[in-house]
Ligand binder design. Structure first.
Ligand code: APR
Ligand code: ZN
Length: 369
């Protein structure tokens, strides 16, 4: 394939705290097990901002963006799972299907696939090798990924609607379905109702929870949560959130609680907001510098299950097509998660807006599809 098609515009991050610079990069030639994808749309997720701010350690220079969908442009000589023209959702953790974790049925913990996604040939900016950001590099007109990162989906569903499947929907709905296994008629608390948290709310509603309590400190997020199935809202900026949750759950706390922020105080809140014998799932990606306090008595006596949850415990090949189907049928609302449609050049403003709580998701929309 010509070098011209491999030269694309991309938002490059050169170091922690720097703004992203939209530059021309050159993607490497497509290797035997790689796929080049022309992006249609990419969501701006909090994890991208966390890398830019240094809360999530990463390597530079890099092209961020890990929540995208597009069309396969070229496949490597050994690739059989997709062909040019196929619609794909990009995943950031392609399972190798051979390692201990994959064989144990936990492909989301596959470190061989992630190492390949981070380390295999990708591209250069002004001759300098780039790291494929968070294994995907979706803030670009096109990206080059390991074949397992490109998951084919139903081409009848608009790509803009399925872009968020690769992170927000997979992580949020997956946490409900694969880890907590929320049951019919149960009560659920969701601490943090951003892009991922609102997907937890939607997943809990789909799972048949009778009570879904949304907790956030931004009124607009709570209003959106209610429109997506939350039955009550708790504004954590107005009074003690735990008291408010307990008042809504007969003093006990909820059967299931989800933390979808990634901060010690919200993890602690989610744990406290689960009832004795209940389940808490930590969905948010926190920092290894943060410590969460638990006392030894409560861990034993309250008999709660506390789960970590990587990527919604998702198997992309199994779950992405199912999530796309739920979007197509209107059971999951991906469109309402998008507050703004923007261009690639607006990505820095999208970070500012996300931090200010002004948006749920900004969606970078690329022309040409
Ligand atoms: N109390 C309540 N809500 C809070 C608090 C707090 N102390 N701090 C932040 N929030 C809310 C924000 O108002 C926002 O609505 O948490 C939400 C976080 O949402 P986003 O910034 O949209 O982040 P999102 O993309 O949903 O990711 C959430 O999941 O995948 C991980 O790395 C990601 O850790 C991040 C988390
Ligand atoms: Zn994400």
């Amino acid at each position: 394939m010509s070098a011209t098609q491999r030269r694309v515009r991309a938002a490059v991050l050169h170091g922690v705290g720097e703004p992203l610079g939209v530059e021309e990069i050159e993607l490497a030639e497509t290797g035997p097990h790689q796929v080049r994808v022309r992006l249609a749309a990419s969501g701006v997720c909090h994890s991208d901002l966390s890398v830019q701010q240094g809360r999530l350690p990463f390597m530079f220079p890099t092209v961020l963006g890990h929540e995208g969908a597009g069309v396969v442009e070229e496949v490597g000589s050994a690739v059989t799972r997709v062909s040019p023209g196929d619609h794909v959702v990009l995943g950031w953790n392609p399972p190798c299907r051979r390692c201990f974790y994959c064989l144990a049925g936990q492909p989301m913990l596959c470190d061989i696939g992630l190492a390949e996604a981070l380390g295999s040939p990708y591209g250069t900016a002004a001759g300098v090798p780039l790291i494929r950001g968070l294994g995907v590099g979706a803030f670009a007109e096109a990206t080059l990924v390991p074949e397992g990162s490109a998951v084919p989906v139903d081409p009848k569903v608009p790509l803009e609607q399925v872009a968020l499947v690769g992170c927000a929907l997979a992580t949020g709905v997956g946490a409900v379905a694969n880890i907590a296994r929320v049951t019919l008629g149960s009560s659920v608390v969701v601490v943090g109702c951003g892009g991922v948290g609102l997907c937890v709310v939607q997943g809990a509603r789909l799972a048949g929870a009778s009570q879904v309590i949304a907790v956030d400190r931004v009124a607009a997020k709570l209003a959106l949560a209610e429109s997506m199935g939350a039955t009550a809202s708790v504004d954590s900026s107005a009074g003690d959130a735990l008291d408010q949750v307990r008042a809504l759950t007969e003093g006990r706390g909820a059967d299931f609680s989800f933390e979808v922020v990634g901060r010690p105080e919200t993890i602690r809140l989610a744990y406290s907001a689960a009832r004795r014998g209940g389940t808490t799932v930590v969905v948010g990606a926190g920092s290894d510098a943060d410590v969460v306090p638990f006392n030894a008595m409560e861990l034993f006596a309250d008999a709660k299950a506390l789960f970590g949850c990587v990527y919604g415990s998702t198997d992309p090949d199994r779950d992405f097509p199912m999530l796309v189907d739920l979007v197509a049928r209107g059971d999951l609302d991906a469109s309402s998660l998008v507050t703004r449609r923007i261009g690639l050049d607006d990505v820095n403003e999208a970070f500012v807006a996300m931090e200010a709580g002004e948006v749920v998701r900004s969606l970078i929309v690329f022309g040409g599809h």
